[in-house]
Design a binder for this molecule. Structure first.
Ligand code: HEC
Ligand code: HEC
Ligand code: HEC
Ligand code: HEC
Length: 341
């Protein structure tokens, strides 16, 4: 008995210490930026040392040279081109060199091409890449409400990897026989990878960034007739919001006034940009990623056999503007600015 007290005391101290260490505090020195109206507490707080590392990891590569836009069109020598035929030969060559660096720096051209015959389009990689060219042009042409003049290139998502690191798949959670003592989990109460490791609903991204479930919590009329959103809608909405905050490494007040999360007229302008971002991610997943499911080999697919999908983190990678707003597109306007395809 005498021994038990100090032992329990020691365990309690160690346990508290462990919890404090695991809590994910932002350790000073911190940097505070005002992002909304004065007096609304709209600040983004960053750990200065972490911010330095993030900045070093988010540098846009410079274009290798400026290509000559003149001369015969590329499709004359390469009738197999379906997307890039209107470029000059020099523009095509420079874009190919850049793509190799952005997507497959280790293997280079042969990651997509058959070295014996460059016009062989049978590898799955080149088929995906062709659709990716069209997807990139659509982002830059049709989603200016989100990407502005900054736009995106392959590098925004790929960062030198054949498969972008920050993608998401459908989550099915534990199987029915593996529910433990909790019983029916109702799609939540496990570590939700897509919601920053919280216990919020784990497959909310399928509902919002593929489906178009309404993102609603508030009502402006008295209960019971007004409020169509229940507690479950709130939890699902919060799972999406958590994904968005984590992807941009910002708090909720980057886009909301915390006294009225619903009020658009009190929200900073970033919320409107985010509104279009949600619609854009949804469209990319529906129009480009899902139709490519059968093109990918099985080892690229998720547990339910679904294709990798675009989330906010795919481009943002922990920064409020991808690559700190570096405009890579301005050097590739003819190649990737283009039109909807
Ligand atoms: C990530 C995939 C990828 C990589 C890496 C890549 N290419 Fe391509 N390449 C494509 C795609 C897609 C097309 C077809 C574009 C179209 O349909 O308009 C293409 C087309 C071409 C063509 C025209 C082929 C024809 O139809 O005659 C040439 C030449 C070419 N690439 C050269 C290169 C060279 C050289 C490299 C390395 C520096 C390279 N590519 C790296 C994806 C890639
Ligand atoms: C909005 C983000 C985004 C942009 C922009 C983008 N990609 Fe992708 N790309 C993806 C995703 C997501 C996948 C699927 C990754 C997976 O299977 O895990 C992918 C897969 C690929 C693959 C298949 C690689 C493999 O090994 O399975 C190739 C090749 C590719 N992209 C080329 C390109 C090229 C070339 C461009 C620019 C013209 C480009 N991508 C632009 C998101 C993007
Ligand atoms: C990057 C911007 C952004 C961040 C960060 C963000 N939100 Fe949102 N939030 C939005 C947008 C945009 C909508 C509206 C979505 C729509 O209508 O399609 C929204 C909607 C909501 C709603 C629903 C409001 C209603 O009308 O019912 C709530 C509640 C909410 N967010 C809470 C949060 C919380 C809590 C956080 C932090 C964990 C957060 N948000 C972080 C952009 C953001
Ligand atoms: C295809 C790449 C891509 C995806 C996917 C994407 N974004 Fe963005 N986002 C951008 C680019 C590029 C900018 C910078 C635009 C500019 O400079 O005007 C940006 C800017 C923003 C901004 C404005 C930041 C500021 O400091 O003003 C917000 C907020 C934002 N994105 C939220 C989101 C959310 C939320 C999602 C997911 C639902 C998302 N984005 C998905 C590319 C993307």
């Amino acid at each position: 008995m005498k021994l038990a007290v100090p032992v329990i005391g020691a365990i309690a101290v160690l346990f508290t210490g462990w919890m404090m260490a695991k809590a994910g505090w932002t350790i000073p020195p911190v940097e505070t930026k005002q992002v909304g109206y004065r007096g609304t507490g709209a600040f983004v707080i960053h750990d200065k040392d972490q911010e330095k590392k993030t900045m070093a990891a988010n540098v846009a590569p410079a274009p290798p040279y400026e290509p000559d836009p003149n001369g015969p069109r590329a499709k004359e020598a390469h009738p197999g081109l379906q997307v890039l035929g209107d470029l000059s030969e020099d523009q095509l060559n420079r874009l190919m060199a850049s793509i190799a660096e952005w997507v497959a720096p280790e293997e280079g051209c042969t990651y997509c091409h058959n070295a014996e015959n460059m016009a062989d389009y049978s590898k799955y990689q080149i088929q995906v890449a062709r659709r990716m060219l069209q997807m990139t042009r659509t982002i830059n042409a049709d989603w200016k409400q989100h990407v502005g003049q900054t736009g995106v290139t392959c590098y925004t998502c790929h960062r030198g990897n054949p498969a972008p690191k920050q993608v998401w798949f459908k989550e099915i959670g534990p199987t029915p026989t593996d529910t433990g003592w909790v019983g029916w989990r109702n799609g939540q109460n496990v570590v939700a990878k897509n919601a920053d490791g919280s216990s919020l609903p784990y497959d909310a991204l399928s509902e919002y960034l593929l489906g178009d479930r309404p993102i609603r919590v508030h009502t402006l009329t008295a209960l019971p007739s007004g409020n169509k959103a229940g507690i479950m809608d709130t939890e699902h909405t919060y799972a999406l919001m958590t994904h968005m905050s984590q992807s941009l490494n910002v708090g909720c007040v980057f886009c909301h006034s915390s006294r009225a999360f619903n009020a658009w007229d009190e929200s900073p302008p970033q919320r409107v940009t985010a509104f279009y971002g949600i619609r854009m991610a949804r469209a990319l997943n529906k129009d480009y990623m899902e139709p490519l499911t059968k093109t990918f080999p099985a080892n690229r697919l998720g547990v339910t056999g679904d294709v990798a999908k675009v989330g906010c983190a795919t481009c943002h990678q922990g920064v409020n503007k991808p690559l700190y707003g570096a405009n890579m597109l301005k050097d590739y306007l003819a190649e990737l600015g283009g039109k909807t395809q």
